[in-house]
Design a protein around this ligand. Structure first.
Ligand SMILES: Cc1cc2nc3c(=O)[nH]c(=O)nc-3n(C[C@H](O)[C@H](O)[C@H](O)COP(=O)(O)OP(=O)(O)OC[C@H]3O[C@@H](n4cnc5c(N)ncnc54)[C@H](O)[C@@H]3O)c2cc1C
Length: 408
């Protein structure tokens, strides 16, 4: 048999057809699907899990960075609509005067699903995108695994919003890949904050010092999330986020840490006798894996130059804490260097690792998602290809949908 097996050729039924197919329903995929639908496209979104939101919900990444920098909005459009709707309904709250916002991940899943359904996007869960259909260098559809077997989806345009660039890889597009700090956030509930008092912060701090992973870090934020629980975000180790064995090992390590903390809180902190791990993220926190090599690339230098401008900006992005990494996001970072029919959004866009620290944040993924969705719908409508789509038209449509651009 050797090291490989040869699979027999197979005939795969086309189960879905759409103008625009979005692979992945995280922040980028959600925004891409909604944006494409709002431009009039018939949109299909395929998601492997049973919920939307990607790492923001399933990864328990519940903190949104500020939408403002230098006193001006940097995030508008779909991201702002979603955040403001969560706040308005009481499912998210601002974190003091930091400009950051904590949200309830279950509410985020629900609202994303509702918005897509109301808009008329076809969302199909429990579908694992496993390959690409191409015709003369143009992506014309996707192959996917379901419990009913392998199926295909045919479309005019495909958007890779899988976070890991699964579509990029199966299409043969050029990409970069590096190991990343991987985490497994969890939450602890059942804490009586009034009784716990300063002892809680003291125990968290000594736990962090003693148990912070050697090549990572651990942050535990007491009772500040929208639902009143303790949120523990972390980085456990640097590893290949595509390697199932490495990920399996980190799943175990993350759980060990979560239960070590909860047992210590129960023992040492008043008001924590009934504390329990309410949830461990069902999606492990892979910060990055594959990144497209696109027609343009946001680089280290760009993200450090304050307020970097691009002639083909599709919106803005700003760092977690430092407004110094404020930058335009160029359309070229969403467009593969070669091949048609495909756009990329979210944490697998074309950027080097430093710049990705900004571009992979949830609010930036909404920005690249909205732009990819809008551009894909325009291509499907006119027969244009992403590389030659008239930029002024794209910008005008994004502006009409409330996307924030730099002045001047
Ligand atoms: C531990 C950790 C802490 C973080 N902290 C913050 C923070 O505090 N604030 C912040 O803004 N950002 C933070 N981030 C970054 C942010 O959460 C992610 O970069 C962002 O969610 C990426 O969005 P995305 O849509 O590109 O990808 P993802 O959120 O990864 O979504 C991708 C979606 O595609 C689906 N998918 C993947 N492959 C397939 C496939 N083959 N077929 C079908 N579906 C597929 C996945 O199930 C998922 O729903 C953190 C990340 C980590 C890991």
């Amino acid at each position: 048999m050797g090291d490989h097996i040869r699979e027999p050729a197979r005939k795969t039924p086309i189960r879905w057809r759409a103008d625009v197919i979005v692979a992945g329903g995280g922040p980028a995929g959600f925004a891409a699907a909604l944006a494409a639908r709002r431009q009039g496209a018939d949109v299909l979104l395929l998601e492997r899990h049973g919920h939307l939101g990607g790492l923001a919900t399933g990864g328990l990444v519940v903190e949104l960075p500020s939408f403002e920098a230098d006193g001006r909005p940097i995030i508008g459009g779909i991201g702002r609509e979603l955040r403001d709707a969560l706040i308005q309904r009481g499912h998210a709250a601002m974190k003091g005067d930091t400009g950051h916002c904590f949200f309830d991940p279950e509410a985020m899943k629900w609202l994303c699903a509702r918005l897509l359904r109301e808009a008329g996007v076809r969302v199909v869960h429990h579908v694992w995108v496993a390959g690409t259909v191409t015709d003369g260098g143009r992506v014309t559809g996707l192959l996917a695994e379901t419990k009913q077997g392998r199926v295909a989806a045919a479309g005019d345009m495909v958007i890779d919003a899988t976070g890991d660039g699964d579509v990029i890889a199966s299409t043969g597009c050029e990409f970069d890949q590096a190991h990343a700090l991987i985490g497994l956030p969890w939450r602890i509930a059942g804490i009586d904050a009034n009784r716990a008092g300063p002892a809680l912060a003291a125990t968290l701090s000594s736990f962090r010092e003693e148990r912070a992973p050697e090549r990572g870090w651990l942050a535990a934020m007491p009772v500040t999330t929208a639902d009143g629980s303790l949120w523990c975000t972390n980085g456990l180790d640097v590893a290949d986020g595509l390697d199932p064995e490495a990920l399996s090992e980190l799943e175990l390590r993350g759980r060990e840490l979560a239960f070590a903390l909860v047992e210590r809180l129960r023992r040492e902190v008043p008001g924590c006798g009934s504390a329990y791990v309410s949830d461990v993220a069902p999606q492990i926190g892979v910060r990055h894996t594959r990144r497209l090599v696109g027609r343009s690339r946001v680089t280290d230098g760009d993200a450090r130059v304050h307020d970097k401008r691009y002639p083909d900006a599709i919106g803005r992005a700003g760092g977690f804490y430092q407004v110094r990494s404020l930058t335009d996001v160029p359309y070229g970072a969403l467009v593969p260097a070669r091949g048609d029919g495909l756009l990329v959004a979210g944490r697998c866009v074309s950027a080097d690792l430093w710049a990705l620290e900004t571009l992979r944040l949830i609010h930036a993924c909404w920005v690249t998602g909205q732009a990819a969705g809008t551009a894909a719908a325009m291509c499907a409508e006119s027969g244009a290809v992403p590389a030659t789509l008239p930029y002024p038209d794209l910008r005008a449509r994004l502006q009409a949908e409330g996307v924030a651009f730099a002045e001047g």
